[in-house]
Design a protein around this ligand. Sequence first.
Ligand code: PEP
Ligand code: MN
Length: 367
Amino acid sequence: MSENELNICKPERWGIFSGTERPFLIAGPCSAESEEQVFKTAKALKENGIGVFRAGIWKPRTRPDCFEGAGSEGFAWLRRVQQELGMKTATEVANAKHVHEALKAGVDLLWIGARTTANPFAVQELADALAGTDIPVLVKNPVNPDVDLWLGAVERLQRAGLTKVGIVHRGFSVYRHSKYRNAPQWQLPIEVRRRYRELPLICDPSHIAGNRAYLQEISQQALDLGFDGLMLESHICPEIALSDAQQQVTPAALKKLIDNLVVRAFDSTDVSYNENIDELRNRIDQLDDELLNILSQRMRMAVEIGRYKKQKNITILQAGRWEQILEKVFRAGEQKGLEKELLEKVFCAIHEASINKQTEVMNELKN
Ligand code: PEP
Ligand code: MN
């Protein structure tokens, strides 16, 4: 799939968002639990300026004893939200039956959940069921950090003729949660943006965070990275939510969060800004050139060492020496204000490349 082949329509033309400005917002409870919970939440969200209401009708829960959604009965509640509040509605679909029911019920936007995106058979089934419609569909990232699998799902929908397609970044599963429930690994949505600049990109801070305390910082970061919109979970009474209680906020708290967001422009026509930024970027480009020169010198040095070790019949890896290098780098880096995490990543990558180079040298037939 090349960028030219993507036939994507921008969110402002999906017919569900009233404004044309980012961030495009979708909010609502994790699951539709009852008519009262759906309607009260939707009404409060509407009063707080939200136009697109999300609610899971079917919930893919990890354990069988968790609340798995109200099921088809909930469509009548979403219908009421459309009719009485004039809001658009969104729900998750995971198989062809879900698609048929959601289309029949007149839901305005569908999303494909993270567990479903990870399964190409399921995504193809959805694409086949959706063929012939042009309902907006959002593809959540697969639970595993695989950009191709994520974009593969987009491609399946595209081939089915859908043009109102976007993706949702909701973070990636980890064995042990650190601060967040799902690791954001921002470099993945950034990579998607690099490949397909036009593909609408929405962030789901609720499922990244797993805790309402972090929603603001994640939402802001997404906007600063140029995301087009946000999908946030909001419940009229989060404490008693039947799923994802900790990460949901009241409609009032959601409004506060949105009001606190700073929406920065992609670009500026200001002449002095453009001159200054060009100069700063030139300096970055020069530094990148220097980095490249130094890297290439270091690689040549690794080859030289590899040849010498080969001649003397010495192993490539000396754990003690590597340990020493890392310690020295961390100490010196700290004084220069560089974070250990960055140094570890950069130097491990350099060391690995250097070992690979030396292995090549060792295995050369003759020198
Ligand atoms: C959801 O949006 O409630 C949901 C189940 O999300 P995900 O597929 O990202 O886990
Ligand atoms: Mn949820």
